[in-house]
Design a protein around this ligand. Sequence first.
Ligand SMILES: [Zn+2]
Length: 596
Amino acid sequence: MSDRTLVTPHGGTLVDRLVPESEAAAFAARAASLPTLPLDAREQADLELIATGAASPLTGFLGKADYQSVLDRMRLSDGTVWSLPFTLAVDEATKVAVGEERGLVDANGRLWGTITITDVFTRDPLVESRAIYGTDEAAHPGVAYLLGRPKQLVGGSVRVLPLGDDRPFLDYRFTPRELRAKISALGWRRVAGFQTRNPIHRAHEHLTKLALEVSDGLVIHPLVGETKQDDVPASVRFKAYQALVEKYYPRDRTILAAFPAAMRYAGPREAIFHAVVRKNYGITSLIVGRDHAGVGKYYEPLAAQRIFDQFTAEEIGVSPLKLDPTFYCRACGTLASSKSCPHDASTRLDLSGTKVRETLRAGGRLPEEFTRPEVAEILRAHYVAASGAIEPSKAAAPAPAPAGGSRGFVLWFTGLSGAGKSTLAEALKARLNDSRRVEVLDGDEVRTNLSKGLGFSKEDRDINIRRIGFVARLLARNGVVAIGAAISPYADVRNELRALAAKDGVDFIEVHAHATIDALAERDVKGLYRKALAGELANFTGVSDPYEPPSNPEVVVRSDQESVDESLSRILGVLATRGLVDSAVLAGLPAAPVAS
Ligand SMILES: [Zn+2]
């Protein structure tokens, strides 16, 4: 079969940015000498899409003109439809310049490739939020994410080393070229795609089969990049997809493939994105249901279908299969939708996501008309394990399931004396106390109780921090929110704490409580800063002793520029994005201001 049977990639050509295997060693050796920029999980997912050509025609992270154009009109500056900003955020303290080449490293310090910087510019997270998400409420996970990121952006083309074979779902993680080759070999012309971030229950299975009826083949293309914590993890979902495809789909007409994008929850804009990039994979039509890529009540249910009307069919190049939600109707005795079933809602078997979770957590069964038993069993095992309950079969009575978001973690405040660490730690504790067990490990208190006799040499300071870190990890492993509030001036020991937490499987969130020395001196009632500045006080961090600011903290708060509530909003937004706290704790807080 010739490639002429395949749909044209978005923008005309499939670009990819992978360094050929034969040049990889030399490229990596040269890149290793470059100063680096860190990628977070979303940026890493975006980079993989760019690298493989899934994000064709992008050749890198957006420059200023494209970024602005995407926000304003859902197009790149050359007019190509593109609805989501692919951005690379860089901490404001990092000086970057146009023309520079930088290494790109992930959270584990692994080198992924390089970027040649063509643009350095600033984003206003609230402006971007309103354009992309239609809201600037911090409770929206996309907004919370943006508020937690630096506002300095760099754009430029990337080159990416051959992708590691330790990525999850590798056997299904087909690149666009690989998937196109499979589709071409099968001779499919009309190729339906199904995007999902959820387990597939009967209702969605029905949609995929409707698509299969009118297509040559079907690609079940679940998203496996970062999602919200309360979404079912991709590893669990994937087991369920495999079981489903194995037993209920025609083998020669169905491909299961992993789509390595991160979820934005951008609703209509994300539907456009999900559609146009599917062309790069050889898919010609995409199922777009109600509230595609939605979250909460931020989007009109039909907005994700209607947005396609703003473009010509040629510009999008993939036909949206706009399908109504389906359900099992007892009166019809079949799966149906309000388009095909005349009966009222009382005959319909329609379970909410919450009801499904509750039933499975309690070890209950889902009706077969709602979920295939193979899928239900995989989900049940997940929920029982995740809730920490004992397997019902092994216990006399099922243990009560704790409320969601009960994972412990370490939140580490670092910053100069007086920069707001203790105040924020206590405010955070007060906010979370209703729903979580919280302990604050205050540097000064620990010095009195756990580290008596230690001085202020680097060695003694490091010992003190290690002790606090140790206790924090113990607490976090037992489900407690452990908040460390200590100057912790040295980057190496803070990084050590982070690495030890990772080893224990504990999330470590570093918050830099930042304020200028001038501001600190001004409001310092004890006059310590003035004394230190006058040379009368030794070992005073930030003046007569070093302070190494974190290079890539999860959050920066500015007590000299923002209110305690604004800082809290910034911190909780990041915690909510990572699923560490329920976004309900943000209620009543102002949106965090744009950091400067
Ligand atoms: Zn009916």
